[in-house]
Design a protein around this ligand. Sequence first.
Ligand code: SAM
Ligand code: SF4
Length: 339
Amino acid sequence: MINVTAVLHYYLYNVLKDKHNRQSTYLRLAVTDRCNLRCRYCMPEEGIDFAARKELLTYEEIIYLCGVLGELGVNKVRLTGGEPLSRKGLPRLVEGLGHIFPKMAMTTNGILLPPVLDELVGYGLDHYNLSLDTLHEDRFFQITRRDEFGGTWNALEALLERGIKTKINVVVLKGTNDDELGDFVALTKDRKLDVRFIEAMPFNDDDGNHHLYLSHGDMLANIQQRFPDIEPDRGEANSSSVAYRVPGFLGTVGIIPAFSRSLCGSCNRLRLTPKGTMLNCLYSTKGIELLPLLRQGIGRQDLADLITDFVLGKHKDGHETQRLEQSGNIFASMTSIGG
Ligand code: SAM
Ligand code: SF4
């Protein structure tokens, strides 16, 4: 049956365009701020003020909102968090989102993934970014404060066994795991795997670790010591990473300039926090609070109008957002923004 509202919106608004003529087609949906790890660059060990259940968007509210976004041209969702799989009943949400978005992906530490993987893939969630910062069990504990290396590694094996599109996310920290970049690149030799190195971003609760930051250029130089012939590769459109490949290797390597923000010009992302704040940028602190509006029963058209206006005002890049929306270099933890 034709969805009349969807058709109407398509002709009225067509798409979510910002004033820099970029279209927002990709939603990063943080479903929870909770997590089963405590990565040092992301969360403190203790004293975290997690959202109460009633402060979180319910699955029904998320699906209603996503239905409107789908009508406005958003065609891809990434589930993130916190650890998305730590929210109870997540497959039910994924099933609902599968009726809206043609493309679904998840960023996860993977520990809870194997038992639900086949079900999630069945609903169409078939792209996974697995966060794994080290190939050493003891370092995994040092970085995440939890003894769960085996859990993440099992998830990697489960994904590769099934031939599922998989990327490994590695946050690079000077003096902690920067001696492993070559080992991660070596994983791409015989595996159809994309390894992506992320510039660490500073957060309030990162244990003051930001002096451990390594830039895109530093990382590339580091990799070139072992793989001098690594060369630029054709990346995906709107990708958040700069792509490279070692000639003859099956997989690729990417570097995500999360802190230097050199790829903002092609940003197509929209973010939703677990508490229902919509944000245009990872560096935003000012968004629209959708939870109260959803609970007051906002109609589809009004919601679409509000979001259309909001996206129109998106800043040029993360530097501009930081300058206009933040006082200083202080962010909330990634867990509430959805990294
Ligand atoms: N828990 C899931 C995971 O770790 O994959 C999803 C949420 S996590 C916040 C999403 C991504 O953000 C992960 O790849 C994580 O490594 C990255 N991240 C978290 N804090 C970061 C920071 N300070 N700088 C750069 N990346 C960060
Ligand atoms: Fe949890 Fe992901 Fe943050 Fe690590 S990076 S503490 S796994 S939310």
